[in-house]
Design a protein around this ligand. Sequence first.
Ligand code: NAD
Length: 414
Amino acid sequence: MKQVQVNVVGLGYIGLPTALMMAAHGVEVVGTDFKATLVDTLTHGQVTFKEDGLETLYASAVQRGIQFSTAYQKAEIYVVSVPTPYDKVSKKIDASYVMHAVQNVLDVCEQGAVIVVESTIAPGTIDRYIRPLVIERGLRPGVDVHLAHAPERIIPGNMLSELLHNSRTIGADDPAIGEKVRRIYQSFCQGDIEITDIRTAEMTKVVENTYRDINIAFANELLKICRSDGLDVNEIIRISNKHPRVNILSPGPGVGGHCISVDPWFLVGDYPALARLIRLSRETNDGMPAYVLSRVAALMGQLGLHNYARVGFYGLTYKENVDDMRESPTLQLIEKMHDNLAPTPKTYDPMISFDVVDGQYHSFEAFLQDIDVMVVMVHHAHLDENIGLVQNKAVFDTRNCHLNWDASNKLFEL
Ligand SMILES: NC(=O)c1ccc[n+]([C@@H]2O[C@H](COP(=O)([O-])OP(=O)(O)OC[C@H]3O[C@@H](n4cnc5c(N)ncnc54)[C@H](O)[C@@H]3O)[C@@H](O)[C@H]2O)c1
């Protein structure tokens, strides 16, 4: 079988745009995923999730000859972009998906192949879990097979622009292999590409997301302090951020997604005695959906309302303008917290066209008709476009959306 330049393994939110970007910029690419339905959809002309510009990029990649497959094919470089969840008890990385993908690569790859783990991994994962897989096969890492780590930094909602412009880090045992991997990413990436060792690259990526999680936790704690004393936290953060060395993020209803709400746990799991601030920040952010509910109860009391069946939650995704619901604060709230909630809370999300939870509406008008209190959990652009439909409601805006609400509404902030 002819060997392609790059095989991107795992065609989800990260692997698919990466594979398409490489192919559209002239790299010979095959994309592999073990989900037959996903590969089928891609082979038959459609993308598998919503993201600005993805369809155009897909068309260009197809025109340049990208292939999709469930079977692993030979390549010079394998880019592994599969999920890396954490174990909910030990808080350590669950490396099973990456290990499985690398085993499959080792079944087909030829002498000198490079395996790049693009998935975010706990520091030490390649040494602890991946290098031993190579050695068990009687292969020599650095001679028969080369290992590298090239973590991804892009944000859903602005993925394609960030793929082009973000800087990147590549960790490799051998700088010459780092250069080889850099040449592939340089096909499209206009940002700086740093080459370092694998452990530094692993730690760097986890540190970046942990920094953001701690910063958000600080904002959430400030929110509670200010709320307890009748102060406006958003105004305080706005003014504080005018200080040249202060940059506080925004408080909100919780942190979701497959990155910020997951990666700091890797450090807690591996360094439990040392990662104390990191653990507390994770717990602070994970506690925000419960805080939202306590505020809903307070507002209901303040307004003299008792019927929780007429409280509706706008937004099921973990952030604005994407269709990713992993670790979403709204789902956490609905699934786990039944105090101060109707048995089947009403929800609506314009980005989600299929059924996720009982009580979910697919029409904004019908949703609005059946509620008195709208809790804004996500600030989708759809809300700006349809703001005029929201009338005579108590609007509880957990995102500080700054929208021009109709004067018939009563507005409350987190
Ligand atoms: N989603 C993000 O915003 C984001 C941002 C930066 C980094 N990351 C990291 O990128 C990695 C991938 O995340 P994602 O959001 O793309 O996940 P995802 O769940 O959207 O996609 C993963 C894909 O891998 C496939 N897969 C799993 N095991 C496989 C195997 N052995 N062989 C072939 N295919 C396999 C799955 O079917 C799925 O389609 C994670 O480590 C994540 O932390 C994600």
